[in-house]
Design a protein around this ligand. Structure first.
Ligand SMILES: Cc1cc2nc3c(=O)[nH]c(=O)nc-3n(C[C@H](O)[C@H](O)[C@H](O)COP(=O)(O)O)c2cc1C
Length: 137
């Protein structure tokens, strides 16, 4: 288990999109931008699946994922952890409503197919410089 600090959560929330990296069971990488993301608690983030294709297959075959994000001054973080996919239950229903609200707001036919829950196990800095790649938690 690794806990995000208030600063890490603030930077995560400030970004319009973050990068979600997954891999096939043979290790072929796949990294995609995601905008429908939120923090559930210090150790958990949620991403809504509207369009995941290779990403979803990878997560079904290999539950390890990394989420990377950074701000204007190159401060950035990588959250590594284990994913569960929820397509029913309270968290999924809330996600579906949240995405429905966004769809109405931007007048586009967005629909959540699932809630991707990342349980954070490790946190790294990705800021350039002498501390690049340092494990923070
Ligand atoms: C800025 C941006 C934000 C995106 N946000 C999401 C998102 O929140 N959820 C989602 O399912 N797809 C989102 N997408 C689409 C995915 O990045 C990607 O197209 C999809 O996962 C299909 O690629 P895959 O086959 O590699 O999974 C977004 C794309 C862009 C460019």
């Amino acid at each position: 288990m690794a806990k995000m600090t208030d600063r890490i959560k603030e930077l995560f929330n400030e970004q319009q999109a973050v990068i979600l990296a997954t891999a096939t069971k043979d290790g072929v990488p796949n990294a995609v931008p995601v905008g429908a993301k939120k923090i559930l608690d210090d150790e958990t983030i949620l991403i809504s699946d509207q369009y995941f294709n290779k990403t979803l297959q990878n997560l079904k075959d290999n539950d390890q994922a990394a989420v990377t994000f950074w701000g204007d001054n190159s401060e950035g973080y990588q959250l590594k952890g284990i994913v569960t996919i929820e397509t029913s239950g309270e968290r999924f229903e809330e996600t579906a409503k949240w995405i429905e609200g966004i769809a109405k707001m931007i007048n586009r036919p967005l629909k959540s197919k699932g809630a991707i829950i990342l349980n954070i196990k490790e946190i790294f800095s990705v800021a350039p410089g002498p501390n690049a790649g340092a494990k923070l938690a």
